[in-house]
Structure formats: structure tokens, C-alpha cells
Design a protein around this ligand. Structure first.
Ligand SMILES: Cc1ncc(COP(=O)(O)O)c(C=O)c1O
Length: 322
């Protein structure tokens, strides 16, 4: 059984690299602004739930992560549709339609004056029942948004992040709705990421239950093995990310061959370039996985640039590394 690393609970904030997840206050529940909550725009600090909410006890919640670039939410409707599919996979229906949720995401960005930022819709079961069965619980929906500027210049990002292979694995599709953004699945991701951070790495590489390379804790993974072909694991037990699909399209537009196949850990030492894709990390070069090192090269760079152009990111967004 992997070590749960409880000491990682006391890692000082400055040692944690994913600081983009922090807002400009001590805690996410304590800042100015507004959160869209069950159809109303409420002051940020008032967006609260009861401790006897089913979701808190039994992980009956689903969420999305979206990016706003220059006032536009990238692939908003795809995200909203995925939220509805995730909810469906947990046996509930969202109380609002796709167009209403899209409009609410825009409203919350306007209310908080977000031009470049992050949007977090969340749907969960309420407190009408407190037990494994949750048939009669009310479904809630909230949407928050906060600013998210780029912290690192393209040059700093090209150094690549360091990954550690996790001892925790992605489960098989028979055990959970593994291809969704159901909150419960992120227990494994948090355990893996905490272990990696405790050991001085930025993120974890997760294998699946068969021992195949799967993904990082919140991003998909791509490999180049010394030629012009991109290789990426088949998403049969993890999220087929919207960014993953976007980058596959961008690569093919450039005539780069993309192969979706089984990737085994013993191939990691032959890779020449490795990168992650995700709404949060965009296209992020990987500098090492465990003892294997990589030099992010031309294909990674070109796809980073193509992705930035596609999402409408301005080069001026990129400021010097903090
Ligand atoms: C576990 C996991 N894998 C992959 C991704 C990448 O998905 P996307 O590109 O849709 O953000 C995410 C982020 O949503 C994630 O949480």
C-alpha cells in the first residue's frame, strides 16, 4: 500500500509549485467578488454549504475547469457538456441546461471583471439524505471564477517540470466512471501529487491499473521518441482532455503524425521530448520523469505556440518567472 504521506499536510505554501491555484488572499473562501450559486449571484464569502451535504461525505460531486483568455472562455460549451455527462455518470441531472450554464459562466466572469482567468463550475448533492443512498437529494450548481495571469515566461517554461511516478494507479473502468470529472476520482490525484511534492517534484505521473502509462494528476501526457511522431496513451481509463484533443488536432494540422497507443513505463528512457496538456497547464514541457531527463525541443515549442494562438493568449500575458 503506498505511503499516504500525512506529513505533506504541513508542506509550506512556498514549496508548492502549483501556486497558480492560489488566489490573492489567504484562503479561497475569503475574498471579494461574486459566485453564481443555484441561479443567483451571491457575495463570494456567502457561498457556503452545510456540513451535512451528501457530496462532502460521499463525493457526490462533479466539476469543470475552464480558462478565460481575453474575456472568452475557451471551448465553454464542450466543458458544460462534459459537466452534464459527468453528472449523468453519477446518476444525476444538472438542474440547468447547457445554454443557461454557459450564460452563467459568462455572467460570473463579468461580475468579477475576469479577463484572463479560471472558471470552476461545480454540481453536487445536497443534505436532504445522509447515507449511501442519495436519491432524494437536491442537486446544486455553483460557478466561481478568479483571475489567473501567466507566471512564467515561455523561456522559463521550456526548462520543463519534474514528474515522479506515483505508487497510486488509475483504476479500471469497472470500478468507477473513470473518464469523467467526478470529484471522488481526485482523491487518487491528490494522494499522488502530495507524494510527489513531498519528494521535491512538481507533479506525479500515474500508471493505470495494468501498469501502463496513463496521465499526470490533472493533465494528459505526450511523448516524442526521437522522430517527428507524437505518441500518447489511449484514454480508456482516464479523461480524454479537451486540451489533449485540441493539441492532437493542432499537431495533425502541421502534418505531425499522432499515434494513440499503449505506452509502457520501460519506454520512458527512450523518450526525447515529453509534455503535458490540460486546461490549467496548457502545453507544459516535462524536463524529467524519475531519473529520466528530457530536453523540450522543437515539436513541444511549436505546439505550445500553436495552442497559445488557438486559445487567443497574448504574448504580453507572459511575464518573467516569479
Ligand atoms: C485528471 C485529469 N486529466 C486530464 C485533464 C485535462 O483535461 P482538459 O484538457 O479537458 O482540461 C484534467 C483537467 O481537467 C484532469 O483533471
Amino acid at each position: 500500500m503506498p505511503n499516504t504521506g500525512t506529513e505533506s499536510n504541513i508542506l509550506p505554501r512556498e514549496k508548492i509549485v502549483g501556486k497558480e491555484y492560489y488566489v490573492d488572499s489567504d484562503s479561497f473562501d475569503d475574498r471579494d467578488g461574486f459566485i453564481w450559486f443555484d441561479g443567483e449571484m451571491v457575495p463570494w464569502r456567502d457561498a457556503r454549504v452545510h456540513v451535512l451535504s451528501h457530496a462532502l461525505h460521499y463525493a457526490s460531486a462533479v466539476f469543470e475547469g475552464e480558462r478565460v483568455y481575453g474575456g472568452e472562455i475557451f471551448k465553454l460549451t464542450e466543458h458544460t457538456e462534459r459537466l452534464a455527462e459527468s453528472a449523468q455518470s453519477l446518476g444525476f441531472q444538472l438542474p440547468y441546461g447547457t445554454a443557461e450554464i454557459d450564460a452563467a459562466c459568462h455572467e460570473v466572469c463579468t461580475a468579477n471583471a475576469i479577463v484572463d482567468g479560471y472558471v470552476r463550475p461545480l454540481a453536487w448533492r445536497g443534505s436532504e439524505m445522509m447515507g449511501v443512498s442519495a436519491q432524494a437529494t437536491r442537486i446544486h450548481l455553483a460557478i466561481a471564477a478568479w483571475p489567473w495571469p501567466s507566471y512564467f515566461s515561455p523561456e522559463a517554461r521550456m526548462k520543463g517540470i519534474r514528474l515522479q511516478t506515483s505508487e497510486w494507479r488509475r483504476p479500471s473502468p469497472e470500478t468507477a466512471p473513470v473518464k469523467t470529472k467526478a470529484a471522488g476520482l481526485y482523491m487518487i490525484c491528490t494522494l499522488s501529487k502530495h507524494a510527489a511534492e513531498r519528494d521535491g517534484f512538481e507533479d506525479a505521473l500515474m500508471l493505470d491499473w495494468r501498469g501502463r502509462v496513463a496521465e499526470a494528476t490533472g493533465a494528459n501526457i505526450f511523448f516524442i521518441f526521437g522522430d517527428d511522431t507524437l505518441h500518447t496513451p489511449v484514454p480508456d481509463c482516464f479523461l480524454d482532455g479537451i486540451t489533449r484533443r485540441t493539441v492532437i488536432g493542432l499537431a495533425r494540422d502541421r502534418g505531425i503524425e499522432v499515434v494513440e497507443r499503449i505506452v509502457m513505463p520501460d519506454e520512458l528512457d527512450r523518450a526525447t521530448e515529453v509534455f503535458l496538456t490540460g486546461t490549467a497547464c496548457e502545453v507544459t514541457p516535462v524536463g524529467s520523469i524519475d531519473e529520466h531527463t528530457y530536453t523540450p525541443g522543437e515539436i513541444t515549442k511549436v505546439l505550445m505556440e500553436d495552442y497559445e494562438k488557438t486559445v487567443g493568449k497574448q504574448p504580453a500575458d507572459a511575464v518573467s518567472a516569479a
